[in-house]
Design a protein around this ligand. Structure first.
Ligand code: G1P
Length: 298
């Protein structure tokens, strides 16, 4: 078994074009779209902090500075809110990230794919295992967050871990798909990974959710995989190449997963997270009831 080390650093790729949400994403990254009142990226950062991450590494494009702005303090707004006697509003914008947590911003100068975005973090990560969170995937769980669950399995085994869930066969072409064997220890060891296969080529119906805990040797493989699905450097291909020398486990995550990279997943998450807000729940439910009635669904 590999000796587990502390997972201290997490990478957040936020340079994607977000074409499914145009025109909303013309000038802001899709990770800044809000679910109720918090941007997607903030939910992902909170999940990372809960898992003990100490350094947040954002891989963003040259055009979009809003992520940096969101995680920086805004002196003017803070002053106005503190003078307006609304401490609850002030609380919402201060301490989003505690001071002890480092933030690093790296620019991805070319849109060459997710694998390329991760390569941009190589010099910041160095030679230690690390996490990746794709903020447009949300996992809502009453207990430990998705990344905490994965870090737990990494600490138990010393192996890289990828979050997965079963997807309908017709959806395999939207995700990375893994083939697994059950191990004696009761884990699912990945033996194959394919990025966005057609249903007939998919090794299973286990789709990759955007959560990874990876051995740093993945960088070496990402340098050599070349372009894959969609003409892009794919993270899935880099991890698939690493499988020959390092074990990688699949973990079916506890919780409800929302694919907020799709418009309907985004709306589903919005409704679900609205239910957490006492001040909105009844109004939203009443509205949904009226909508369902008007469409003859109830
Ligand atoms: C990426 C990964 C894919 C994974 C998916 C999860 O695809 O390449 O393997 O299943 O995230 O959301 P993307 O959604 O960026 O096309």
């Amino acid at each position: 078994m590999n000796i587990p080390r502390k997972i201290r650093k997490a990478v957040f790729p936020v340079a994607g074009l977000g074409t499914r949400f145009l025109p909303a994403t013309k000038s802001i990254p899709k990770e800044m779209l809000p679910i109720v009142d918090k941007p997607l990226i903030q939910y992902a950062v909170e999940e990372a902090l809960e898992a003990g991450i100490e350094t947040l590494i954002f891989i963003s494009s040259t055009r979009k500075h809003t992520i940096y702005d969101h995680f920086s303090s805004d002196f003017e707004l803070e002053t106005r809110l503190s003078h307006s006697g609304k401490p609850d509003l002030l609380d919402r914008i201060t301490d989003i990230v505690p001071d002890r947590v480092d933030r690093v911003y790296v620019t991805q100068t070319e849109a060459l794919g997710l694998g390329h975005a991760i390569l941009c973090a190589e010099s910041v990560i160095g030679d230690e295992p690390f996490a990746i969170l794709l903020a447009d995937d949300m996992v809502k769980n009453k207990g430990a967050g998705a990344l905490s669950q994965m870090v737990g399995l990494y600490e138990e085994t010393g192996s890289s871990v990828i979050g997965v869930e079963e997807v309908p066969p017709e959806r395999t072409k939207s995700y990375g798909i893994v083939g697994v064997d059950d191990t004696e220890a009761g884990h699912q060891a990945i033996h194959t990974m394919v990025e966005k296969p057609l249903p007939e080529d998919a090794p299973s119906n286990l789709g990759i959710i955007g959560r990874y805990v990876l051995d740093p040797s993945v960088f070496r493989h990402l340098h050599s995989v070349g372009k894959g699905s969609g003409g892009e450097i794919q993270l899935t291909d880099g991890i698939a190449a690493m499988l020959e020398t390092r074990p990688v486990l699949a973990l079916a995550l506890q919780g409800e997963r929302y694919d907020c990279g799709s418009r309907h997943g985004f709306i589903e998450a919005t409704i679900k997270y609205a239910m957490e807000h006492d001040d909105m729940r009844d109004d939203v439910l009443d509205h949904m009831f009226a909508v369902l009635k008007s469409y003859g669904r109830i």
